[in-house]
Design a protein. Structure first.
Lengths: 534, 534
């Protein structure tokens, strides 16, 4: 049978057009570099997006070209997201917190033709401009009056650029497997890798996420996760589909979050566990009253039981999700089983700390052994988390070897080690490289960290392997204490010994600030260096 | 870039596997022919589905073959849905209420190789068996003990068939555009047409519907809409994705619905407006108390304002949706705008009576003029509703002419006439063929019906064109009165004259039972015949 109607591609363009047609009056609330309280409608936003698409044309950007952004979550970044991807180019969201040499590597590797940046990042770009080999234009995301003085070549003002363009633009028909955007991995091991996303994956991620995240039509979403982290977990695409209000969050603080909830009635947001801690530990003057439940999605590390208990009483319901840059963000969720409602609080927290099961858009996420076989779902056996589905990247940009390796055996390999409970729930034991092997036993650094985090004086900790003549490796813990709290090495060791098997008890506790990457991840490789001689 | 991971097809198989892996203990509650209160888990259901797939193989069914069903909504029909489609065959759900000559035409046209039927439909099939040209086997959906005596050739018992088969089955990898199922249109004009659905469309319909229907994970859904009406509006596929509980409804009565809500905590169901009336008009002994809100989706005709008001007070929230057999069911929904919360009740009802805007999985649903151009969104101008998107059928089976015509100009043509309000909401004025043209004015039969339905004695009505020497056509109304209520022709005419323009007032009111098709649709063509001489 001839397919007359079938070839409607799954694209971000269709999400945008759906929103413009059906939710023209819904709003985007933005804190931009030149306006602390900007707001406009989807209709206005997408009119400007068409002007921007014409501007990209004028700048010589065509199908498949890469366009970089160094920007916070404001309405102009939102416009860029749509204009670049829907005109068939690739939106490369660069993490502005990276070190200069990483920025140079990434921008050159991505071959970014044009870079759009917030005014505050102009000095960073000036500093590296003579090392950038492909970038012809730098466009500052501000108005003419606020344009900074700069030596950047091809410098343009975003608002001036838009003012010159027509608001008529015919979006091209794109194949659904056209790349739409890219993010580089944080590169804790080796060179950062360019993860390429495509329209079909973004579309399906967008369709599958609201089900799990209890988002029906017209939520109010606060964009806390930076757009340069896996496309802000895809919420930029999801909100238009849902007719949701987007509330930009530039200053990630307890005050800004509480204000958004109270003033804009924010109903949903995502954030790292540090954001949960911010909310729990907010000063009285930062808190606001509100009368609705806020759904919070957190990823990166299991939230601590004490944090979960405290934030629940404040009116927030927390769901842990799990994913990687390579999977557009979250693809696994810690789905709550109503049978657990009657469990003791501690048991409930331990269930919430499980990474969970596949989200609806994924075909398969499970745990396999070295030979690619499903492990026993006994809550003990360990294996690697692997995934298959449309919400897995297209591949690493200009890196076929790494792509082949990541996809060996027909799965995407997460390099995260997990157990699986009898109900199929996955629980991360450790990153492959963070497992401690002591006397032939595999010890999960995360398990020990969990035990230490339960100590009332501990704010943050990280456990790494310390070389040991007798055992091969032994656990060594690095600890940050809460302000005003004290604890000794012997106390913490005794505390852990009461909770874990003897061979899992750290042999050393070192109190110090933990080294973190520019994206806030703890740099265990530095700690391993310190542990060697500690 | 080489696509290693991209080719994960969007299939019903992936929905089934998602459910079996992630929600094995969720239940299907079924009223089957041989057991009034059967229940089992998804895990048990899909184990039997694999046995059934082996049985289909044993019966000689292979990729692309058509398999018919004549059955109510029970667990065995659910198993058939998955086993037939996921093994690459086409599940043809036949409406058992059709007249014998229609059944013969449809089954032969579809070339059904095997037919699965409820025991109560065996006599119907015996009656037409010698006219069926392609059907080799008849399988009765019951246990060996309950098998009816029958002269049907190739007769088999469903449970006996399953008992012989292995529960191991490797589902084939299917292209996402493989046909999965088919339904015939009701054929009010000419021969019924076989609407072919495909896996991709079913998958995307399944992903897009929960957003609008406020279904997050683990709803409890009552399957009231027969599975032979647009695949039961796709809920059979949606529930596994959501880990929902499916509550079968064989006896569509107020008592069965209230019992499901009270005993199983049914949270969602869909049904024609007649179902809403049933609930509102239930006897005291049929009603049950419940403490949660039930979301109800209705389609086929705008619900009457009085019904909406009454059912809202009983704890039901009603959303009108719109679609056709050709669009897998609903693709447009009467999205509520929170700004309307403060409108007077009558105004609110009139908003709820609008068909609405495109659901998330559709690319475009709008209203166009004769030349295919968007009409003015002024709430007055009329045009035809057209649609484009993945949730539009693949085409009509063995009917390229009708397919080409339905898709002319790159849209699917609904043949429904509508206006569009300034906010984009569509409101059906009439079926193309039901428009009354009087003195050069187009009159919507639906508008007049709405006015008559507001009369307190009227239960149901239908308005058609009556030929008229002076005006060309004039409206003629057929009315069913509520039990125990009386009204005269003059009274009803006077009532309508107070509400509509003079030329829209019916010239004749005829009190009689309205003729309906086997699917419950009013047969206006019969009424037009009566009107000619009335």
């Amino acid at each position: 049978m001839k397919n007359l109607m079938m070839d409607t591609p799954l694209t971000i363009t269709s999400l945008m057009e759906h929103a413009e047609r059906n939710f023209p009056t819904r709003e985007i609330v933005s804190v931009s570099s030149d306006n602390p309280s900007f707001r406009y409608t989807y209709s206005e936003a997408f009119t400007r997006t068409r002007k921007l698409a014409n501007a990209l044309n004028s700048l010589g950007i065509s199908l498949g070209d890469h366009v970089g952004t160094l920007a916070w979550n404001d309405h102009r970044h939102f416009e860029l997201y749509y204009a670049i991807s829907c005109s068939g180019a690739v939106c490369h969201t660069v993490n502005p917190r990276l070190f200069p040499e990483q920025l140079v590597y990434i921008i050159n590797h991505a071959e970014d033709q044009v870079i759009f940046c917030d005014p505050m990042f102009v000095p960073i770009l000036e500093n590296i401009q003579d090392q950038l080999t492909t970038t012809k234009h730098f466009i500052v995301l501000t108005s003419e009056e606020q344009m900074p003085e700069s030596t950047l070549p091809g410098l343009l003002c975003y608002e001036t650029l838009l003012a010159q363009e027509s608001s008529e633009f015919d979006w091209p028909e794109l194949d659904e497997k056209t790349p739409c955007s890219m993010c580089y991995t944080s590169g804790t091991t080796g060179r950062p890798k360019g993860v390429v996303y495509h329209h079909r994956g973004a579309y399906l991620m967008t369709m599958g996420t609201p089900i799990s995240w209890r988002m029906t039509l017209q939520p109010v979403f606060m964009a806390i996760v930076p757009l340069f982290h896996c496309n802000g977990w895809n919420h930029t695409w999801m909100m238009p589909l849902l007719g949701g209000t987007v509330v930009g969050c530039r200053d990630i603080s307890a005050k800004a979050i509480y204000d958004g909830i109270a003033d804009e009635r924010v109903s949903h947001f995502g954030g790292a566990p540090i954001v949960l801690n911010m909310i729990v530990n907010a000063e009285d003057g930062e808190r606001r009253n509100f009368d609705h439940q806020v759904e919070v999605f957190t990823a990166g590390a299991p939230p601590a039981p004490a944090t979960l208990a405290a934030i629940g009483q404040l009116g927030f319901n927390v769901t842990q999700v799990y994913g990687l840059t390579e999977t557009y963000g979250h693809v696994v969720e810690s789905l709550w089983n109503p049978d657990w409602d009657t469990l003791p609080a501690e048991e409930q927290s331990s269930r919430k700390a499980r990474q969970g099961i596949a989200m609806p858009m994924m075909d398969l996420t499970t745990v396999v052994d070295d030979t690619g076989q499903q492990i026993a779902m006994d809550g003990v056996t360990q294996g690697e988390i692997v995934m298959r589905g449309n919400s897995v990247m297209k591949g690493y940009y200009k890196n076929p070897e790494a792509t082949e390796k990541a996809f060996s055996g027909g799965f995407f390999h997460s390099e995260d080690i997990a157990i699986q409970h009898p109900d199929g729930m996955m629980q991360i034991a450790d990153r492959m490289k963070d497992i401690i092997i002591s006397g032939g036993e595999n010890i999960s650094s995360i398990e020990i960290e969990g035990a230490i985090m339960a100590h009332p004086a501990v704010s943050l900790c990280a456990v790494v392997a310390k070389p040991d003549d007798k055992w091969g490796e032994v656990p060594c813990a690095f600890v940050e204490l809460l302000e005003g709290k004290l604890a000794t090495e012997a106390e913490v060791i005794a505390f852990v010994r009461g909770r874990l098997a003897g061979f899992k008890t750290p042999k050393r506790i070192i109190f110090q600030e933990l080294p973190k990457t520019s994206t806030g991840k703890i740099q265990k490789f530095e700690l391993r260096d310190i542990a060697k001689t500690a």
